[in-house]
Design a binder for this molecule. Structure first.
Ligand code: SAM
Length: 256
């Protein structure tokens, strides 16, 4: 289905509509936007894993400052209220945070206003809208991050093709997501949403989780190569990197 999303972008308060955007998913995130930055609020798991995700991402992205002092440009797609976008900008990247939720982007902007970046660091801009619109404008980035996003889009294979169209030759795309296993059903879905109540019920649809093999297939179809993968597991003292990919994992996709 082709939906013209440019008119929706212009409407304050309207979430983006496009082929990759599932409106029910975006509405769920918009409803949580005001509490996004509360580390013990509904986004608690994202806060808890953010340090690990950023550290792993930093090791797999080009350096923030390239030859001649040019800053590497990073698109953080599905940035929500900017947990990772801000971290990447503080590392020195020139970051564009993009999200289909107007409310999440408004929360991101409010947080950035209250916590400005150091003047000698990276740059950070936010935009509410779809990846399709950005691609249509011919935008290109040295690297793209899509952290905990691909399990919320309508068609993950098409979403990766979109991202592949926006990454520069030789660039990197870092994706973190949830594996579709019985273990993730028990822990990330039933445990997190209904037993421990770490997340609002209905945050995830288990059938939309993506196995590493599926991610590899979708990446290949998009002309990308999986260059590294790691599991992310919660533990005492915080999340840590692991070889266990059975629930949360992160992957680096390399563009030719
Ligand atoms: C689980 S949140 C992750 C937010 C952020 N990446 C993080 O990890 O802190 C998923 C986000 O993806 C956004 N999203 C889902 N589908 C999208 C799409 N097709 N284009 C842009 N944003 C999308 C949602 O609005 C939501 O903010």
């Amino acid at each position: 289905m082709q939906v013209n999303d440019t008119s929706r972008h212009a409407m304050p308060g309207a979430d983006a509509v496009s082929d990759s955007v599932a409106p029910d998913e975006i509405a769920r995130f918009s409803a949580l936007a005001d509490r996004w930055w509360d580390p013990s609020g509904p986004m608690r798991p994202l806060h808890a894993m953010n340090g690990l995700r950023l550290d792993w991402t930093r090791r797999h992205l080009p350096a923030p400052l390239g030859a001649g002092g040019r800053r590497a440009r990073v698109l953080d797609v599905g940035c929500g209220a900017g947990l990772a976008s801000e971290g990447l900008a503080r590392m020195g990247y020139d970051v564009l945070g993009l999200d289909a939720s107007e409310a999440a982007i408004a929360a991101a902007r409010r947080h950035l206003d209250a916590h400005p970046l150091p003047p000698d660091g990276g740059m950070l801009a936010y935009r509410a809208g779809s990846a399709e619109a950005l691609l249509a404008e011919g935008a290109r980035f040295d690297a793209i991050t899509a952290l905990e996003v691909i399990e919320h889009v309508t068609d993950p294979a098409a979403f990766l093709r979109l991202l592949a169209g926006m990454v520069a030759p030789g660039g990197r795309i870092v994706v973190s997501t949830l594996n579709r296993t019985w273990r993730s059903l028990a822990t990330a879905k039933i445990g997190a949403e209904y037993v421990l109540r770490l997340l609002p019920a209905g945050t995830h649809e288990w059938r939309k989780f993506i196995t590493p093999a599926e991610l590899g297939t979708f990446a290949g179809q998009a002309g990308l190569r999986v260059s590294d993968t790691a599991g992310m597991v919660p533990g005492i003292g915080g999340w840590r990197e692991s070889r266990d990919l059975s629930v949360n994992y992160i992957a680096c996709l390399a563009a030719p």
